[in-house]
Design a binder for this molecule. Structure first.
Ligand code: HEC
Ligand code: HEC
Ligand code: HEC
Ligand code: HEC
Length: 269
């Protein structure tokens, strides 16, 4: 089915709204109404609070209104593994990836948050509630090291993150690239407000002139290595491929992975 026919079918069946209702139906609903028995917390029915707070968030985080402590220490990055073909520079784990890893490295309790629901201050401890499922067995962390959702601190066996797109080449002074590595599809770019953003277009929602959540988002960081060190540049991070709120694709992917569409958006193979 084409994307258009799919959208039409949804509109006709009247479920378009539910399809985009999203996160409540996913494993990122960690509250007591959650759908994943492996990790439900009895202390709240709220969903967003495990990641965002309306007040008092960590303003230094690369993610909006962030409600969790970020620990960038101790990671091993992909370039410390065995690859002999990597072109790009890898920065220390940061940006949105460090936010994902505040749960997915398996080191912090998921009910540890800056501002818990209700009135009063709270510092990284939830006052009441218990975890069910695999999280209960490990004091509210993401699960034993044997579950694949617990990536740990060793990221040498995971797709590179905090990695320059296309081997570098895109930067504030050279926004259209081209990338140094020609095995990648070109990135799109524009200025939003005062910042430049880049993304790789998937065609799922058509237009190349705007970033859509079904495009592969690249994250702007000031590079410290390579030809354009000191300039804002695009990096691949966890949320380049995943949108942590979506329920309409498996494993929070920004697009349907059928036919390896996720991989082929960036890799020209
Ligand atoms: C599991 C963690 C998690 C939960 C739960 C969560 N978010 Fe997010 N949210 C994130 C991350 C990470 C980002 C940054 C993603 C990005 O860069 O696109 C984000 C970004 C956002 C943004 C700004 C970017 C965008 O996509 O519009 C909004 C708005 C937002 N979240 C709202 C919510 C609301 C409302 C809820 C609850 C219904 C919620 N989030 C629950 C992790 C979470
Ligand atoms: C507040 C904690 C928390 C944060 C922050 C968080 N996650 Fe998760 N995530 C979970 C839990 C809990 C699960 C379910 C784990 C399980 O059942 O083994 C999960 C599951 C997943 C899954 C597997 C989904 C499936 O259907 O199997 C993916 C993919 C994922 N998260 C990606 C991300 C990404 C990407 C980010 C950052 C943008 C992120 N998560 C941030 C807690 C979190
Ligand atoms: C280049 C794209 C890409 C990046 C970057 C990426 N992922 Fe994924 N991730 C995927 C794809 C594709 C899958 C589905 C794999 C599958 O079906 O087994 C996946 C699966 C997962 C799963 C579920 C694993 C399972 O088998 O249950 C988790 C959890 C996850 N990713 C978390 C993360 C986190 C956290 C980061 C950042 C540290 C990250 N991902 C970065 C593409 C990516
Ligand atoms: C958002 C863009 C993006 C997506 C989507 C993506 N990749 Fe990558 N991938 C990269 C970048 C950038 C690198 C770093 C490569 C380099 O510079 O040599 C990389 C590296 C790799 C490498 C390691 C290359 C090496 O030389 O060590 C493999 C293998 C790989 N990707 C496979 C995949 C697969 C499989 C998928 C789909 C599940 C995928 N990628 C999705 C951007 C992406």
């Amino acid at each position: 089915m084409t994307a258009l026919a799919f959208i039409l079918a949804l509109m006709l069946s009247g479920v378009a709204q539910e399809v985009r209702a999203g996160i409540a139906n996913t494993k990122h609903n960690l509250g007591s109404m959650g759908v994943n028995a492996a990790s439900n917390f009895s202390g709240t029915t709220e969903i967003c609070v495990f990641c965002h707070t309306p007040h008092g968030g960590d303003a230094s985080a690369a993610v909006p209104l962030w409600n969790r402590y970020l620990d960038p220490t101790g990671f091993q990055t992909y370039d410390q593994g065995g690859s002999t073909t990597l072109d790009a520079q890898i920065e220390p784990i940061g940006s949105v990836s460090i936010a994902c890893l505040s749960c997915h490295d398996g080191t912090q309790a998921m009910d540890a948050m800056i501002n818990e629901p209700g009135s009063g201050a709270d510092n990284y401890a939830f006052s009441s509630g218990v975890w069910s499922g695999q999280a209960a067995a490990v004091n509210g962390r993401i699960g034993p090291v044997t579950v694949i959702t617990n990536l740990g601190k060793d990221l040498t066996d995971d797709h590179p993150i905090s990695v320059q797109y296309a081997g570098g080449g895109y930067s504030e002074s050279n926004p259209q690239g081209p990338g140094r590595d020609k095995d990648f599809n070109p990135a799109e770019t524009k200025i939003v407000g005062t910042r430049r953003i880049w993304w790789v277009n998937t065609q799922v929602e058509g237009s190349t002139s705007d970033f859509e959540r079904t495009d592969m988002k690249l994250y702007t960081r000031v590079g410290t290595k390579g030809a354009f060190a000191g300039e804002p540049q695009p990096y691949v991070e966890c949320a380049s491929c995943h949108d942590p709120h979506v329920d309409y694709n498996p494993t929070f992917l920004r697009i349907d992975p059928s036919g390896s569409a996720v991989c082929l958006t960036c890799h020209n193979k």
